[in-house]
Ligand binder design. Structure first.
Ligand code: SAH
Length: 349
């Protein structure tokens, strides 16, 4: 892994690129030009970089892998505008990303790992097991690839969420490095507040993230109001039970003064009763948070509740003053839910 990573200049911070260029005896501004080409202009090939000396372009092409660490193998467009991409990495493993356009924003949902080790019962990615972490270059390349092909009209790419395949906090270093690159003012220059990391609840990493005092948004997948059910749905709850998780969330708020988004996938007959809503309200009361209710994507044997049940659940939480919204469903016709397209692709090939 380490080795593959080194060969991708796209996974280097600007300062690291400058050090590399200094070692090769090239001026620092050449490193900044290369960084600009890769991360500002989203170039897919060294030969596009016409203001770099030919000798440098040739050296890079010979000794480093392409600025894009992945290749598109499948693209699906939903009638609602959502686009799902299936990418192949150099070792032939595949990952997904989803582009979701809205009026004034375009959100890209990116993957942090090939597969996932967390094994949540309702999640398609978890079912296919864990393969490996993505390198910073592979994370950044999802963003740069999509930027390179989006049309000039429309909202473009304005937001990034780590809600694709994998658990971003189980690949902490690479995700943080990718974010540093994506937010670099000489690269894509995306604001930290336009990026969201979603975690299944690695409390130790939430604390580590809190200490960074970053402006990157934090979303926490909660999905159940008590430990017994949460452990059944999300095995990670054995290691970090709800009390410990919420303590880490309070620590995050204390350190950053930023609002946390809690994700709660509503599953019919499992976690959607009136009592569940009341229990959840009691858990979240007084926290600086927002609650996102997501009618479950029925990838496994689970069903989504009726819209009346969803509204009833929402009303109970809103009544005690918890900011709550229901996530609109996007891209169901293209298997846009986490891990789904990859499964379908595998079955077909
Ligand atoms: N591992 C991270 C991020 C990836 S999943 C996490 O757990 O947060 C992004 C979000 O989609 C998480 O909230 C996850 O619980 C949710 N999710 C996964 N499968 C789902 C499904 N079938 N229906 C609704 N939400 C789902």
């Amino acid at each position: 892994m380490e080795n593959m990573d080194r060969l991708h200049v796209a996974g280097l911070r600007r300062e690291e690129l400058e050090i590399l260029f200094a070692e090769l005896g090239w001026p620092r501004f050449r490193a900044r030009q290369l960084f600009h080409w890769i991360h500002h202009r989203a170039a897919s090939d060294f030969t596009q970089m016409h203001n770099l000396p030919k000798a440098i372009v040739e050296y890079l092409a010979e000794n480093y892998l392409s600025p894009l660490a992945l290749r598109l193998v499948l693209e699906r467009r939903s009638i609602d505008g959502t686009i799902k991409y299936l990418f192949e990495l150099r070792d032939q493993h595949t990952i997904e990303a989803v582009y979701i356009p809205e009026d004034d924003r375009g959100t890209l949902c990116v993957s942090a790992q090939v597969g996932c080790a967390m094994n949540c019962s309702f999640c398609a990615t978890g079912q296919s097991g864990y393969v490996r972490n993505l390198s910073p270059a592979e994370i950044v390349s999802q963003v740069n690839f999509v930027r390179s092909i989006l049309p000039q009209y429309g909202p473009g790419l304005t937001n990034i969420v780590f809600m694709g395949m994998g658990e971003p906090f189980a690949n902490f270093e690479a995700v943080m490095k990718a974010i540093d690159i994506i937010t670099d003012e000489e690269g894509f220059n995306l604001g930290q507040r336009r990026i969201t990391i979603s975690t299944c609840g690695l409390a130790d990493k939430i604390r580590e993230f809190a200490d960074l005092k970053s402006q990157v948004n934090l979303a926490v997948s909660l999905h159940a109001p008590d430990n017994e059910r949460r452990t059944k749905m999300m095995p990670i709850n054995k290691r970090f039970p709800i009390e410990e998780l919420l303590d880490a969330c309070r620590y995050y708020t204390y350190q950053t003064n930023r609002r946390i988004s809690f994700e709660y996938a509503l599953i019919a007959g499992i976690n959607d009763s009136v009592q569940d809503a009341e229990q959840l309200a009691a858990l979240l009361q007084g926290m600086l948070c927002h609650l996102n209710l997501i009618p479950v994507n029925p990838v496994t044997s689970f069903d989504r509740p009726s819209s009346e049940q969803v509204e009833r659940f929402q009303r109970i939480l809103a009544a005690v003053g918890i900011p709550v919204s229901v996530r609109r469903e996007r891209g169901t016709d293209i298997e846009a839910a986490c891990g789904q397209l990859r499964q379908v692709h595998r079955k077909n090939t």
